[in-house]
Design a protein around this ligand. Structure first.
Ligand code: SAM
Length: 262
């Protein structure tokens, strides 16, 4: 059975923030995205960007800070189902553009050829109708558009932790993985570049901290899982009073090439 579910971030904002603050995942993603993004700034027209699954805007604030896109050229749109995140993202990201930031809880219809840049950073796990949404996002790219996505696969240590915990309650891992994104891109005949990313999650070793990471991973299911086996998953990663996990994920890059008139 392949059950793929949605995930509400509202109850786990603090736990996700803990993960963001204690891991180098965002730094690595930013470093790798930037060379692709800098090419966008070379023209003179509007740069229409969609941040799909923006969260609080924390990641995209760093992204735009590094990208240096001119604020009069940047037109920013966000898709984020969590209302509190949407409001936070507007506050974080409005300073990067002179145009009003546009937000939606889901991608609106009729978005074809609307965006020069689509960013989906660690979002597709939680999109149940992945094939359909991905196809809409790819159609939303302009003929010279850039698509950037990051997502972890089954070799990621945290996905393995979560898979183990779901098995304790007789459930398969309910979210998508990088393998699903790759299969969907292949099915849609897309040409993409895939790059392996490496990052570290490291934090002071305390049961509370171990469980914060697990609450982020398990969300609605957290209370159904016995605490001790969850906390014990981290024990092989202790290093002088800290937990240090080195793991990784994948980035997917699609650069559309507009046909030049001859
Ligand atoms: C792991 S967070 C990533 C947030 C941000 N992109 C970042 O890199 O920090 C996943 C985000 O996807 C959002 N999300 C969940 N389901 C979604 C859906 N069906 N469409 C768009 N976003 C979704 C969540 O609300 C959450 O903000």
């Amino acid at each position: 059975m392949n059950v793929t579910g949605s995930k509400s971030f509202w109850p786990i904002h603090d736990d996700y923030l803990f993960f963001q603050e204690q891991s180098t995942e965002a730094d690595e993603d930013l470093r790798s995205y930037m060379p692709h993004v800098h090419a966008l700034a070379t023209g003179s027209g509007p740069i229409r960007m969609l941040d799909f699954g923006s969260g609080s805007g924390r990641f995209t604030r760093q992204f735009l800070g590094l990208a240096g896109l001119p604020s009069d050229r940047l037109r920013l749109s966000l898709v984020e189902p969590d209302e509190e995140y949407r409001q936070q993202a507007i506050e974080q990201l409005q300073p990067f553009t002179v145009h009003p930031v546009q937000t939606w809880p889901a991608l609106p219809p009729h978005s074809d050829a609307r965006f020069d840049l689509v960013l989906a950073n660690h979002v597709f796990y939680y999109v149940p109708d992945l094939d359909e949404v991905l196809a809409s996002l790819l159609r939303a790219l302009t003929p010279s558009g850039l698509f950037l996505a990051a997502m972890a696969g089954k070799r990621n240590t945290l996905i393995q932790f979560a898979t183990y915990c779901f098995a304790l309650i007789n459930m398969p891992y309910p979210y998508h993985t990088a393998e699903d994104l790759e299969a969907s891109l292949d099915m849609q005949g897309e040409v993409y570049r895939k790059q392996a990313m490496h990052y570290e999650l490291a934090f002071p070793d305390a049961e509370e901290n171990r469980l914060k990471v697990m609450r982020f991973l398990m969300a609605d299911y957290f209370d159904e899982i016995p605490r001790q086996p969850m906390a014990d998953l981290f024990s092989p990663y202790t290093q002088t009073g800290r937990i240090v996990i080195k793991t990784g994920h994948e980035q997917f890059v699609i650069q559309r090439q507009a046909m030049r008139a001859t």
